[in-house]
Design a protein around this ligand. Structure first.
Ligand code: GDP
Ligand code: MN
Length: 380
């Protein structure tokens, strides 16, 4: 999960990294109000999950609140590399003497966190790495030995940061950045630029933080950063229901338990001449709530038929059948549903479905016959 700049700064600020004071707003009028409150010149910054905002015109200096409002008005709704701006960060403007770059990320090849520091900040780090690699200080941290202050000193020295007062601040920031990176289970913490003001103060002027999605359940505070507006997509809604869902472009809804089974279901449907509308894995167990949730997500797609493929392991066929029957009662499904249940309690599951025999439910014994049937029904 990518954090917006303002969220990243809030996070880095909590770890003691100096950032500028600012306000998060979503309207031009609020931008003006924020500028008024902050006093003095401000920077109006588009909040989107993509870099290069400055070049795209999404970052503007506003000497007065009126200008802040004008810039905000222009930036809101702007398209920055495919991302529409709905949010702004209004920040006290900083005077810049120097722009550095500092990041810590994972080097998967080395299986270690990797720090990068260069005094050539403000521009693309890839460019620095390609054109002047000697100016880029790189250092791996052994995750077991942990981070040690001498490593921050080495980074500073190698990057050519020599002024003692500046060194002291950068060294402290490197340690805090590592702390933030490890504590929040981030995949990336990048400060570009890390600036030095004319009076010699070092601070983070930008922040790009990516948190490991798989660790989010351990960080309720960070999970709350999830963008609910941008997360309005079907995939996000499915994710919130605990489903693994991927939208595809066919017309046959696919539901199954286990990623491997769902993938092979897609193959079998394709083999039978059909086109899956989605991939939806309900995981182990299949209580009615989960089945209802999954059917709701799938029915939001233009599906002509649904294939429900269950192989009972931990999941019991009887439970799945009850879940499906309850789901059919709770919501109106007006397309045919083909069900194949095998494995644990398959007999009971089939029996329950046969007894209830809802008009649009068709039980098939094998995966291939189920696939053929659903393709037939979808075409009817
Ligand atoms: P990015 O373009 O998406 O990486 O956005 P940044 O937050 O890094 O801002 C881009 C550039 O705008 C920075 O490299 C600075 O040169 C400039 N900038 C941002 N904030 C300020 C500020 O407070 N004062 C000044 N003078 N320039 C700023
Ligand atoms: Mn930047």
């Amino acid at each position: 999960m990518d954090l917006y700049e303002y969220q990243g700064k809030e996070l880095l600020g909590r770890f003691g990294i100096p950032v500028s004071e600012g306000r998060f707003v979503t309207s031009a009028a609020d931008a003006r109000q924020a500028a008024q409150e902050l006093g003095g010149p401000v920077v109006v910054k588009a909040q989107v999950h993509v870099g290069g905002r400055g070049k795209a015109g999404g970052i503007q200096l506003a000497p007065t609140p009126v200008e802040a409002e004008q810039h905000a008005d222009r930036i809101l709704g702007m398209d920055i590399r495919g991302h529409t701006v709905h949010r702004l960060w209004i920040e006290k403007a900083s005077d810049i003497a120097k722009e550095y770059y500092l990041s810590v990320t994972f080097d998967r090849g080395e299986k270690k966190p990797l720090f990068m520091l260069t005094t050539e900040g403000g521009i693309d780090i890839e460019e620095v790495a390609a054109k002047t690699p000697e100016k880029l200080a790189r250092l791996h941290v052994d995750p077991l030995a942990g981070f040690h202050p001498y490593q921050a000193r080495w980074l500073c020295f190698t990057a050519g940061i020599r002024a003692p007062d500046e060194q002291k601040q950068v060294i402290a920031i490197i340690g805090r950045l590592y702390d933030a990176f490890v504590t929040s289970e981030a995949m990336l913490c990048e400060i570009n630029p890390l600036i030095v003001t004319p009076s010699g103060k070092v601070k983070a002027l930008d922040a790009k933080v990516t948190i490991d999605d798989n660790a989010l359940y351990r960080h309720a505070d960070l999970a709350a950063y999830r963008d609910l507006a941008a997360g309005n997509s079907q995939e996000q809604r499915a994710h919130e229901k605990g489903l693994a869902y991927v939208k595809l472009d066919g017309d046959i809804g696919i539901l199954g338990n286990g990623a491997g089974l769902v993938m092979s279901t897609l193959d079998v449907v394709a083999q039978a001449g059909g086109r899956p509308a989605n991939f939806c894995d309900i995981g182990g167990g299949a209580q009615a709530d989960v089945v209802v949730g999954a059917l709701e997500v799938i029915m939001a797609d233009p599906v002509k038929a649904i294939l429900f493929n269950i192989f009972g392991g931990i999941t019991r066929g009887g439970e799945v059948a009850r879940g499906l029957l309850e789901a059919l009662e709770r919501m109106s499904i007006d397309v045919p549903v083909v069900v194949r249940i095998d494995g644990t309690e398959a007999e009971e599951g089939r029996k329950l479905l046969a007894e209830a025999s809802p008009a649009n439910v068709h039980v098939e014994a094998t995966m291939l016959s189920a696939a053929r049937r659903v393709v037939e029904l979808a075409a009817a």
